[in-house]
Design a protein around this ligand. Structure first.
Ligand code: FES
Ligand code: FES
Length: 171
């Protein structure tokens, strides 16, 4: 749930909307804690809690970041995008999905799905700064994230498909 930030409260912008940081947690909480527990944005997942697995990935000012190790106070005044905000970020696709999300659906790039938030957010960050990555660039980008189910081949295909979908959307 989003709440409009009072002018005196520390606020972060999440998916284009100002959100007040809850005062009791503001000093200590991680960004992931605030997103999931205070704002009910459950796209980012808690995996390792140590910045290692990537399940909690969000975009901060357009750059992929691990929400489990970022203090919420550290993103005051910055733009945070979660999985829930991706559709609006690309102007909103007809089906309500960002092209990267659509490509993951098309390629059936999931088993348990726990890693997908991180994989999708990493792919969005990559394709926004490099619209035509080769396979090596995709592998490099996603190698920082863990998938315990071993769906890497399908995930790489999904990112390649997403690049095409995003180019078509721009044409
Ligand atoms: Fe954040 Fe693993 S939960 S990197
Ligand atoms: Fe299960 Fe990646 S699909 S962890």
């Amino acid at each position: 749930m989003h709440t409009t930030a009072p002018s005196t409260a520390a606020a972060i912008t999440v998916n284009g909307r100002p959100c007040a940081l809850p005062r009791p947690t503001a000093a200590l909480a991680t960004l992931l804690h605030v997103l999931r527990n205070d704002l009910a944005l459950n796209g980012p997942k808690y995996g390792c809690g140590l910045g290692q697995c990537g399940a909690c990935t969000v975009l901060v000012d357009g750059v992929a970041a691990r929400a489990c190790v970022i203090p919420a106070q550290g993103v005051v005044g910055r733009e945070v995008t979660t999985l829930e905000g991706l559709s609006a970020r690309c102007g909103g696709a007809a089906a309500g999905l960002h092209p990267v999300q659509q490509a993951f659906v098309d390629e059936q790039a999931a088993q348990c799905g726990y890693c997908l938030n991180g994989m999708v957010m990493m792919a969005v960050a990559l394709l926004e700064r490099n619209p035509e990555p080769d396979e090596a660039a995709i592998r490099r980008e996603l190698s920082a994230n863990l998938c315990r189910c071993g769906t890497h081949v399908e995930i790489i295909r999904a990112v390649q498909r997403a690049a095409v979908l995003m180019q078509e959307a721009r044409a």
